[in-house]
Design a protein around this ligand. Structure first.
Ligand code: PAF
Length: 453
């Protein structure tokens, strides 16, 4: 039975409709000509314009022949769902097998893209078409009709939520196939805060399409860590992605990221040793594995990571260089609360008292930074200044406090050489029980902590 939505009826005089047409079985051009002639003969349908046919690569589905794709502008007095029924009938007459493989070869495809300015969200029909802005084989023929992306209404579901890795791959590939489309990737574990928002905003400024991944990656949690209680406020995350203008949110179930039989992992040496790597064995294997997988699915021009997890960034820079991953890795500055606490999804675990005490991480960095500016270059002295501040707060338990060479986190000699080496101070402190580990870091003498209290 066809369901009609009350708003899916045309206004008096009919409504303008955009349709995508395609085929890759039989004689595509002849089938499309026949279908459009039959469509124009349906009472209440007038074909106003049709584009030339483009030859395009298939998106998704099994290996198959290239498509011939076009776009058509109609005027119709038919309700949207009645028009859809006409399309289905024409597809059936062209020999389409509706029980065939998903995204498989087909003798005729008629897709309703827009129906005037109406939004329709019925079981059988979503208009504007949710994926039309992602498909070059739709946009290029529409451009022949003088319809540009800016003329099209945003699809109802923006950002589009994708759970299937292969759908992410197909979508990103289709974007890239459109010359000049830069894809930005923002990998996250969700529980998005202003720090994540700053990454998405930067990706939005620098790229044409922005993918945010929301996946709490079990591989990077050790036994006894907070995998189970890690916050997962998906609806709020989606709203945040929408507000920041993300195009696609990739939120896969664990089984599709790591299907049965998955047994490859990525081990990064060097940068992954010590610090977090020392405290959390296997953590960076999990991070590198998931990021390599996300990177290969998306093939971004730019991927964005926050410097709050400085060692993670160093590990991923190494991964990017060693595996020759596509595009560029972009490091983004830490975003802090007004009192200096670095934003983290784990801050929500803190009691009010621990939250107040947690500002010692920032104060410790700021004190070492002032010492650096006074000319202190002995590593033990820099650590002493910072360590005294942490030790003065009984609620905090220090996991590590170290000075490392900024760019690759190499261990420094006792005195920082006067060769322009940039020095990063990194620390991890635990609060409460079960404990919440907070991380922070800064490059000394670079003004990174200015503006804090
Ligand atoms: O920084 C994070 O949120 C995660 O470690 C990352 C990079 C998304 C991988 O799961």
């Amino acid at each position: 039975m066809i369901e009609a939505q009350p708003d899916a009826f045309p206004r008096r005089g009919g409504v303008e409709v955009l349709v995508a047409v395609g085929a890759n079985l039989g004689d595509p051009a002849a089938q499309i000509d026949r279908a459009l002639a039959a469509l124009g003969a349906v009472p209440g349908v007038e074909v106003l314009a049709r584009s030339p046919l483009h030859t395009t690569r298939p998106v998704g589905g099994p290996s198959q022949a290239d498509f011939r794709n076009g776009a058509v502008k109609l005027r119709t007095t038919l309700p949207a769902l009645a028009l859809l029924a006409v399309f289905k009938e024409l597809e059936r007459q062209a020999g389409r097998d509706f029980d065939g493989v998903r995204d498989g070869p087909r003798p005729l495809d008629l897709d309703l893209l827009t129906y005037g300015d109406q939004r329709i969200d019925a079981r059988l029909l979503s208009v504007p078409h949710p994926r039309m802005l992602d498909r070059d084989f739709v946009l290029a023929p529409l451009a022949d009709l003088g319809v540009t992306e800016a003329d099209l209404p945003p699809a109802a579901e923006r950002p589009r939520v994708v759970a299937d890795p292969e759908e992410l791959r197909a979508t990103c590939r289709a974007w890239v196939q459109r010359g000049g489309c830069r894809v930005g990737l923002v990998p996250t574990m969700g529980a998005l805060h202003d720090g994540h928002a700053s990454l998405i905003r930067r990706a939005r400024e620098e790229c044409d399409r922005v993918v945010v991944t929301v996946f709490v990656n079990p591989l990077q949690f050790g036994a006894g860590e907070d995998l189970e209680r890690y916050p997962r406020p998906f609806e709020a995350d989606l709203a945040r992605c929408r507000a920041e203008g993300a195009d696609l949110v990739f939120a896969p179930p664990v089984e599709s990221m790591y299907p049965t039989g998955f047994c490859s992992t990525v081990d990064v040496g060097g940068e992954a040793e010590g610090l977090e790597g020392g405290e959390r064995p296997g953590h960076f294997r999990g991070v590198a594995t998931v990021v390599a997988r996300l990177w290969s699915l998306c093939g971004p021009d730019r991927a964005y990571f926050g410097q709050k997890d400085a060692q993670q960034v160093a590990v991923l820079r190494r991964l990017h260089a060693d595996l020759g991953l596509s595009g560029e890795l972009v490091e983004c500055a830490i975003v802090r609360e007004p009192d200096g606490l670095a934003l983290s999804s784990r801050n929500v675990y803190l009691s009010a008292e621990d939250r107040a005490a947690a500002v010692i991480l920032f104060h410790a960095l700021a004190a070492a930074d002032r010492a650096w500016q006074r000319g202190v270059r002995r590593v033990a002295d820099l650590l002493g200044v910072a360590g005294r501040i942490v030790a003065g707060e009984p609620r905090g338990r220090l996991d590590y406090l170290e000075c490392r060479r900024a760019e690759d986190l190499a261990v420094l000699p006792d005195v920082v050489p006067d060769d322009g080496s940039a020095v990063r101070l990194l620390l991890a402190v635990r609060f409460g029980e079960p404990s919440t580990r907070l991380l922070d870091n800064a490059v000394l003498g670079r003004g990174e902590l200015e503006g804090g209290v």
